[in-house]
Design a protein around this ligand. Structure first.
Ligand code: SF4
Ligand code: SF4
Length: 375
């Protein structure tokens, strides 16, 4: 495993971080034994950064992580958890959430505590409820070690505003080769680094979109150039190429992914890609970006839906219909197997408030109903 240095403490942080938002499931629940096996295997193989959040897996990720870190594993990692700003309705909620998180984790402290999902709207709540003072107090008490934020705002300019507002210990942004200019983007990464703030990266493979079943034109492109790396390798190495990156979170769902990601990030250096390789990646990004209608990363922040719609799955089907030019196949799938169907959406839009990609989810459901259910 490669390591980079956390400037506050000089600690070596593994380039691969374990994101606990897409743990393996069985019958709709986290497959506890497999998830613990995966997390511990990663730690045994050098991963020392584990990331969870209040809302991951509907609140079940934190207890699972707490269990995985028993038997001597807690001391081997930096544990990251996040204050769910979206659920904070009054100042006192912040202490309530932190207490609940420590209870769920069954731990006395959290190393890396982030204000979760900072965007233009949630930032107003942070100011209104004095969240940064709260986090600073908790840091002084030793309940949390480092104060940070995860960012899903719309522009690098807003990212700079947030960076400049507080002496952050670290921050977390979304970055992959398809979204180099989205949200904070590369510009934000470099700005944070120029201020001495280490950056954790999320969605390096765009929620698996850069590695799962690839659209025909993208697969053909990789095949044509005889790429000597897997799509996951290209995705990770593009991110690792930035020396400003401290660690790269991957939300792993299978043991094979854990193994492959450890292999890739045990052999990834900053500034290692050649101009030709960077050019190849840029071309793939341009082709791929032109194909995808809706940039859902399957993060599941929008869930649960009061009408029980599986939003990320339905958006992935909507995207597939366009990318693979297969609307008939998707219509068959939806009408035969999917319940509830997109038409169950009542346009309450509560999911849209939570979507870090700012997707018009209700409109997508409406469009999906027209495309797939009225055929
Ligand atoms: S807008 Fe539709 S998909 Fe979103 S939460 Fe409401 S019912 Fe569910
Ligand atoms: S719709 Fe938005 S919040 Fe929901 S899974 Fe996709 S990106 Fe995440």
């Amino acid at each position: 495993m490669k390591y980079r240095t956390f400037p506050k403490t000089g600690e070596k942080v593994s380039l691969l971080g374990f994101g606990c938002m897409r743990l393996p499931e069985s019958d709709g629940r986290i497959d506890e034994a497999e998830a613990i096996r995966m997390i511990r295997y990663a730690i045994d193989n050098g991963v020392n950064y584990v990331d969870t959040a209040y809302m991951y897996h509907g609140g079940k990720s934190e207890p699972l992580v707490g269990k995985a870190l028993k038997d001597g594993y807690r001391e081997k990692v930096l544990l990251a958890d996040k204050l769910p700003i979206v659920f904070v309705k009054e100042s006192s909620d912040q202490q309530r959430f932190l207490d609940e998180q420590l209870e769920r984790l069954d731990l006395p402290y959290i190393d890396m505590y982030l204000a979760h999902d900072i965007n233009e709207k949630s930032w107003e709540k942070v100011k209104k409820f004095d969240t940064l003072r709260f986090m600073e107090e908790k840091r002084n008490e030793g309940v949390i070690k480092h104060v940070g934020f995860s960012f899903h705002g719309e522009t690098p300019a807003f990212f700079r505003e947030v960076i400049d507002a507080f002496p952050w210990d670290f921050c977390q942004i979304q970055l992959n080769y398809m979204d180099a200019e989205l949200q904070a983007g590369v510009e934000g990464l470099k700005y944070a680094a120029s201020k001495g703030i280490p950056v954790v990266i999320m969605e390096p493979l765009k929620g698996g979109k850069l590695t799962d079943v690839l659209p025909g034109p993208i697969k053909a492109y990789w095949d044509r150039i005889g790429a000597k790396r897997t799509p996951a390798e290209w995705g990770f190495k593009w991110v690792a190429n930035f020396p400003e990156v401290m660690t790269i979170l991957s939300g792993m769902s299978t043991f094979e992914q854990v193994d492959e990601n450890i292999r890739i990030l045990s052999d990834a250096e900053a500034n290692a890609l050649t101009p030709d390789e960077l050019d190849i990646i840029e071309r793939v990004a341009a082709e791929y970006n032109g194909l995808i209608p809706y940039s859902c990363t399957a993060c599941r922040y929008c869930m649960p839906c009061p009408e029980r719609l599986n939003i990320p799955y339905l958006i992935s089907l909507r995207n597939e219909a366009t990318i693979f030019e297969s609307p008939d196949k998707i219509a068959f799938t939806i009408n035969s197997f999917v319940r509830p169907k997109p038409s169950a959406c009542i346009s309450c839009r509560q999911c849209e408030e939570k979507c870090p990609q700012h997707l018009p989810i209700a409109d997508i459901m409406d469009e999906s109903e027209r495309m797939f259910e009225r055929v």
